[in-house]
Design a protein around this ligand. Structure first.
Ligand SMILES: NC(=O)c1ccc[n+]([C@@H]2O[C@H](COP(=O)([O-])OP(=O)(O)OC[C@H]3O[C@@H](n4cnc5c(N)ncnc54)[C@H](O)[C@@H]3O)[C@@H](O)[C@H]2O)c1
Length: 333
């Protein structure tokens, strides 16, 4: 099924997207608006994060935008009221920033998550919540591919706080009966991702470097393997999890069957761009300390239980991403 098919059941339903001006949230908003959902976006628009008003260009009059911070418990109480579904994507995404400023990461990825859940428990216990978790919580894989039963052993502050955020959701599901589902995303990419730096993923800055004629820099030997999810596939998972009662209380990995080394990824990007260059450089010490090595996920649970599978091959996803930034890069550099 296409994203449009999956969004159809949300027509006329009230949906709230935290982090809705960000990369994944704004793409999700587009799908929901097209289906006729009532869509509210809450986003703090802190410049260091992925929120960007251009992300909703063309749909700005079809969504309610609330520029506020999920750390603000008072506005949360008002925002969650009367919503049918909350897609909870607000987050501080930079691993390095979480090490430099651990308290901000704690406030957003941990404490504010508890506030969102408290607001729902008090004011809207019927709401369905889908939480954007991350493969980062597994830390350095002890086996590959990583399935949901793999030990959780995060290697950075961001991973610890995202783990807590995720577990608060599951706990509130267990104890208070909130209908909560968790998606552990791998590297997600596509139009509207932050590309001005590596805060979201290294792939973002690579796209910018390539398109602005700079050399791509790969840390280490470039042999680390990863799987990448195109944003439309990630959105499909959010929609499926939100609409399927069987997903309540469940945790799902996302992933992709193509595992590539970073060197192979850089080679493919240069080929698709019809030019460009890359080189490997030694890992900066602060990045090396929190690197997880090879990672790719086993996403068979999501496939089996909700019928999700990644539809967009890596080559096509990268082509679509390059085309987007060629046209609209000026809003993202
Ligand atoms: N993109 C990925 O590869 C990836 C991988 C794993 C997990 N995730 C998770 O998915 C979610 C969405 O990520 P994204 O890639 O779209 O990143 P993003 O930075 O584009 O989106 C996050 C949004 O949250 C907003 N935000 C941050 N703090 C906030 C606060 N206190 N109050 C309100 N809004 C706030 C930001 O302004 C931003 O718009 C995040 O929770 C992230 O941890 C993303």
């Amino acid at each position: 099924m296409t994203v449009a098919d999956l969004a159809e059941p949300f027509g006329g339903r009230r949906t709230l997207i935290t982090g809705g001006l960000g990369f994944i949230g704004s793409n999700l908003a587009r799908a929901l608006v097209a289906a006729g959902a009532d869509v509210t976006l809450v986003d703090s628009l802190v410049p260091a994060y992925g929120g960007n008003l251009h992300n909703i260009a063309g749909i700005e009059h079809q969504v309610h935008v609330n520029v506020s911070d999920v750390r603000d418990e008072h506005s949360l109480r008002h925002l969650v009221r009367d919503q049918d579904v909350i897609f909870n994507l607000a987050g501080q995404t930079s691993h390095l920033d979480s090490m430099r400023d651990p308290y901000t990461d704690l406030e957003i990825n941990c404490r504010a998550q508890l506030s969102i859940l408290e607001a729902c428990r008090a004011g809207n216990p019927q709401v369905k919540i889908v939480f954007a978790s991350t493969r980062q919580i597994y830390g350095r894989p002890v086996r590959l591919p990583v399935d949901e039963s793999h030990p959780v052993a995060p290697v950075d502050v961001n991973g610890v706080n995202k783990t807590a955020g995720e577990w608060y959701h599951l706990l509130y599901g267990e104890v208070y009966g909130l209908r909560v589902s968790v998606l552990r995303l791998t590297n997600t990419y596509g139009p509207r991702m932050r590309v001005k730096d590596a805060r979201q993923t290294f792939l973002g800055i690579w796209l910018k470097q390539l398109l602005t004629g700079e050399e791509i820099q790969i840390y280490g030997d470039g042999e680390q393997r990863r799987d990448f999810t195109f944003v439309d596939d990630a959105i499909a998972a959010f929609l499926l999890a939100a609409d399927d009662e069987a997903a309540a209380g469940a945790v799902y990995n996302l992933g992709h069957p193509q595992h590539v080394s970073l060197r192979e990824l850089a080679e493919l990007l240069v080929e698709l761009n019809g030019g460009g260059s890359f080189r490997t450089i030694p890992f900066p010490a602060d990045r090396k300390a929190i690197d997880i090595g090879d990672f790719y996920a086993d996403y068979s649970k999501l496939e089996r239980e909700l019928g999700w599978s990644p539809r967009v091959p890596l080559r096509e996803g990268l082509e679509r991403s390059l085309a987007f930034y060629r046209d609209e890069g000026e809003h993202y550099w």
